[in-house]
Design a protein around this ligand. Structure first.
Ligand code: ARG
Length: 467
């Protein structure tokens, strides 16, 4: 409301014909989107150049006007990039800011650019181009994160650690195997990104306001010029569709949820109690009062970013819910959610990639923890099935008694004597000790996708060929 001057009261130059006075200051405040949609300047100018080029090719405007328009748009691009461009809230949005400047640069020819076009298909185009580029960046960022995990997995294919369910020690696994779980998760995120790019690879420009146009435009030509596979097939849907933004946000939300789980593990692992990893100085902070502290702030912030990203998805779903076809101004509220989520996601992936690459893995601590909590109890039960022919349920019971005995003696399963074990089941022999160590346990889990180092190395090779 700062500039509620007399200037704002004059009627709008784009539609002034129908209006005798300009907007109220509050109207201008609620209506303007230039504060955030100026982010779309490059897409807007690119779209306009493709549109003008097509109009001239089709004989709808002259080649001379097209040249002036293209030259003017390129001038505006450099003005914006150098910071010289003055954005005006009175001109509402990026589309009208650019068009008004074009008029002041090249005169009447500027008025021909908006032939066979509306801001409805224009904004659908600009935003789609922006989201598509953002998804391409996300794809690259996820590839870097996956690469970081593949390196750590390779390095630690033999490093044993406790595997958890309910955050209680379950069975020994390798750190390499645990890293590869994240590779799978971020690999799925990346394939969702790729599918979304394919879904949205249709050009909206030429749908005009909602009904298409009577001018002999060539939508295939603009689609091709702008790098889309083909034009959209229904003009009404084109200007009312924001699925591409919703898909981006849902992909971002799932990825952020994955990142938050990794963040949580990093927070837990870096506590003195766990001590599985040490974060690098580059990705931690100190405390202003407790000199001994090294805090995993970056991981905590990644965990928290999930809140805003998931919130953006819910916000846009709620904006779109119940909107009648075709365009409604409600849809202007789509951009800030996507911009904010995109920025948060980019930062979260980059921070995680850095943390994973830089952290020190404390294999000794992992190994010590891997053996505690009777983590090889399942191996004992499996041995009884395999070597002594017991049904699994009976083997489970015998093993439970062995665990109870070890607990009573305050030792690990591997520390029980053969006599102790035979007092529970006479079929147990010396050979059982081969499976009670954590190394033997992980080495035995050779099923496809299992934790055996040899199997994990196979999975690493599979991913390396695809990353
Ligand atoms: N700033 C608007 C938006 O972001 C552009 C489209 C406006 N179209 C209209 N018919 N008022 O959605």
């Amino acid at each position: 409301m700062a500039d509620g001057s007399s200037e704002t009261k004059s009627s709008n130059q784009m539609w002034g014909g129908r209006f005798s006075s300009g907007p109220d200051a509050i109207m201008e405040e609620i209506n303007a989107s230039i504060g955030f949609d100026k982010k779309l300047y490059a897409q807007d100018i690119r779209g306009s150049i493709a549109h003008a080029t097509m109009l001239a090719h089709q004989g709808i405007i002259s080649a001379d006007d097209k040249d002036k328009i293209v030259h003017g748009l390129n001038t505006i691009l450099s003005e914006i990039e150098s910071g010289a461009f003055e954005f005006s809230r009175r001109l509402e949005d990026i589309h009208m800011n650019v068009e008004a400047r074009l008029a002041s640069l090249i005169g009447p020819a500027a008025g021909r650019l908006h032939t066979a076009r509306s801001r409805n298909d224009q904004v659908a185009l600009d935003f789609r181009l922006w989201v598509k580029e953002e998804l391409q960046k996300t794809e690259k960022a996820l590839t870097a994160l996956i690469a970081a995990f593949l390196d750590r997995a390779e390095e630690h294919a033999d490093t044993v650690m406790p595997g958890f369910t309910h955050l209680q020690t379950a069975q020994p696994v390798t750190f390499g195997h645990h890293c590869m779980a994240y590779v799978e998760m971020f690999g799925r995120d990346r394939s969702r990104v790729r599918h979304a790019i394919e879904h949205m690879d249709e050009s909206p420009i030429g749908a005009a306001a909602l009904a298409g146009t009577g001018f002999p435009i060539d939508r295939h030509m603009t689609a091709k010029a702008l790098g889309f596979r083909e034009p959209t097939r229904n003009s009404i849907d084109t200007v009312s569709d924001r699925d591409f933004a919703l898909e981006f946000l849902s992909i971002a939300s799932i990825a952020a949820t994955h990142l938050s789980r990794l963040a949580e593990e990093i927070v837990i692992w870096s506590t003195p109690q766990f001590g599985f990893i040490r974060l690098s100085d580059a990705f931690s902070t100190g405390s202003s009062i407790m000199p001994q502290k090294k805090n995993p702030d970056a991981a905590e912030l990644v965990r928290a970013k999930t809140g805003r990203i998931n919130g953006s998805l819910v916000a846009l779903l709620t904006v779109m819910k119940g909107l009648p076809l075709a365009y409604s101004k409600d849809m202007q509220e789509d951009k800030e959610q996507v911009f904010d989520a995109a920025e948060s996601l980019e930062l979260a992936i980059a921070a995680m990639t850095g943390m994973v690459r830089d952290m020190t893995v404390r294999a000794d601590r992992m190994k010590a923890a891997a053996g505690s909590g009777y983590s090889t109890a399942t191996d004992l039960a499996d041995w009884l099935v395999r070597e002594a022919g017991l049904p699994f349920r009976d083997a489970h019971h015998v093993t439970g008694r062995a665990v109870a005995l070890a607990e009573q003696k305050g030792c690990d399963l591997a520390d029980l004597s053969l006599a102790d074990l035979q007092s529970i089941n006479a079929a147990i022999t010396e050979k059982v000790f081969d499976v009670l160590t954590v190394e033997a346990s992980v080495a035995s889990r050779t099923s496809f996708g299992g934790t055996a180092p040899a199997e994990v190395r196979k999975q690493i090779a599979w991913w390396r060929a695809r990353n």
